[in-house]
Design a protein around this ligand. Sequence first.
Ligand code: SAM
Length: 218
Amino acid sequence: MELSIPNLRKKELIEKLSMMGIRDRNVLSAIFTVKREFFVSGEFKRLAYENNALPISNSQTISQPYTVAFMTELLDVFPGCKVLEIGTGSGYQAAVLKELGAEVFSIERIKELYLTAKNTLDKMNYKVHLKCDDGTKGWKELAPFDRIIVTAGSPKLPDNYIEQLKDGGKVVIPVGTKHTQQLWCVTKTEGKNKEVKINIQKHSDFRFVPLIGEEGWK
Ligand code: SAM
């Protein structure tokens, strides 16, 4: 599994992400630390520090480093923060969240990806709670969460995520059509009588693989 990627290539990627507007030093440092080449296979390993999405199996992708950095910055995690990720994919985003000190729960619907991600994260000693299921339902038994990050494009914001979020919690989710989505950063606050208020900030267009499930694309 060992493959040495010169730190120079990683530094160049971090510089590019800074120039593109990523400011959070902790996020940049987590991206520098996580060995992205371990989350892709064969010929794609040498492209691990390019700012590109790369294919993984089952026609899915590991997101572009800029997208991972931007979503992670929006998510605003803190050490000990309880994060639910929907769409484990390769496990890379989960590893970045672990480097930031979060307790990470992640759901993947495709069994083969779930098993590969489990193997990779175990080998790299990232302790992530994984489950193979339809993540549009959330993870009710383990709720509430401080943060929820959805790494596949959804037609809407599923109610389950708001229900499974703590007061003051945030969801970062791409919402739109199957071809293009806006990144929504949704903050939930509860009033004195537990009435729920939602604030949504929308960010420019992104392109994710579809979120498929009960509350996603059919
Ligand atoms: N976070 C991943 C990483 O770091 O490699 C990239 C995720 S990839 C862009 C989106 C993933 O969401 C795919 O692996 C896909 O199978 C998964 N997915 C789609 N719909 C899902 C659902 N309802 N529940 C869980 N995972 C889902």
